[in-house]
Ligand binder design. Sequence first.
Ligand code: ATP
Ligand code: MG
Length: 539
Amino acid sequence: MRDWDARHLAAAAGARLVRRPPAPADGAALPAGPAPAAGAALPLGPAPAAGAVSLEGAVAPDDRPSPVGPTGAGVDSRTLAPGELFVGLPGERVDGGAHAAEALAAGAWGVLVGERHAQAAAASQAPGAVLAHEDPLAALQRLARAWRRELRARGAMVVGITGSTGKTSTKDILAALLERQLRVWASPANLNTEIGLPLALLGAGSESELVVLELAMRGPGQIAELTAIAEPDVGVIVNVGPAHLELLGSLEAIAAAKAELIAGLAPGASLVVPAGERLLERHLREQLRTITFGEGGDVRLLQRRADGSVLIAHGTQRMALTPSFSQAHNLRNLLAAVAAARALGYTPRGPVQVRFGAMRGQRERLAGELTLIDDCYNANPMSMRAALDELARSAHGRRVAVLGDMLELGAQARELHREIGVHAAERGVQLLVTVGPLAAQVGSAFAAAAAGPDGAGAAAAGSDGTGIVAGAGAAGARAAVRETRAAADADEAAELLEELLREGDTVLVKGSRGMRMERVSERLRARHGGASALAAGRS
Ligand SMILES: Nc1ncnc2c1ncn2[C@@H]1O[C@H](COP(=O)(O)OP(=O)(O)OP(=O)(O)O)[C@@H](O)[C@H]1O
Ligand SMILES: [Mg+2]
């Protein structure tokens, strides 16, 4: 929004401009960033769609326009960078608008807050624009959409990514795929909600050629709302799985919620979906250019080579890529990202260097030849399976899994946890430590599955899933001792590990955010000497 002056910005947000920022001639400090062309009126770009803006309340025409707009926007006055627009949102306990004057004093370009707070901010000594709107969130969203349209007018494309698991990872992979060809702006971190997505969009500089956004789903209607703001040229659904099952009740309902992205794309836009995903079939639209990915799809993995490179096909096109990661789920995310790149008209090749977000499966070597796979960020049945597959694929020594509850699964929670226990046994997990009451079900199903169909060894397993089971298990011809222990919380699990871990073990740590599984990883690091990160996901 650097090129938008206060008046244009207020109009785009549908807000009332109460006070404009001081013009440079006033001697006031300008927000950081390149100086505008001397004396020249800045290009305003096309006005937002007709009817979307209101100039009501704009300042008198003889006021000089401010030469530059904000560098981005934020809703937390404590983390706002100088030169950004502060949007004060009313929260459950704190009303963000109350921090408007503080944000101005800290160097904000301006504030967008409710009327009452706007009056107070305008009366404060701190310079900066003051914009008022009775519903600052609605104004933020409106501003973001207007900015998105400005970006389109400047030739930028937007990709919107949703899915049950792997949105952030796919976003980061797509950004890495195209960063050599295009000026790419991707949502920082995990900004994917009705607040985060507008902030992510507003952070995109006017020079951006590709904007990659993540769209979260927290209930019916949310993805429709986010799609209406982002107006993606390419929509990507990474997968449909039982995440937030409690919220929607069934996989069909989850698919329908993801499909709001499909419904919201403009005719002629592109859609990327997993090949053969029956849950999405009835939501597909003729008016979209649809590209499928994965086995049997348009974009598929032809070959994985020993040197870590992969060969990907799209029609007759072959693309050789060398990703910095090798987990099966991230290679699948890579296929989705390549499909999106193809939809944009690009043919990616060569190295794909991705720094995944923290706690998303990074491998660390600890003292005692221990390997930690820190996947504590979150968990649902889909990502739990993927993590166990990765443990089985990459473990050097014993396969140890420390698994916490998967939350928000509703009535099917018990069954879904038991399925993970069976999966862990099938993947040859040798030591399983569960954290929390639901994960205890993982333990008991694991014990039963590891004991084998004849039940040998089952007697050793307690009813709470705690016990020691000896048996070959479904995965191995070689006999392996399978052990499972149940802990009430992450700290207790960390203590248990101290007595149970052996030199050479590979330890996967994963669970829902609320289980705070990072405490296990932290304590492992503290006990076993600092960590050295290995190449992400490489074994
Ligand atoms: N395609 C995939 N299939 C299964 N699991 C995956 C996939 N991609 C990533 N994961 C797992 O999910 C975890 C979270 O990944 P990521 O942050 O990309 O997901 P997200 O969809 O953005 O999550 P959130 O909904 O919290 O924003 C990773 O650490 C990894 O364990
Ligand atoms: Mg995410």
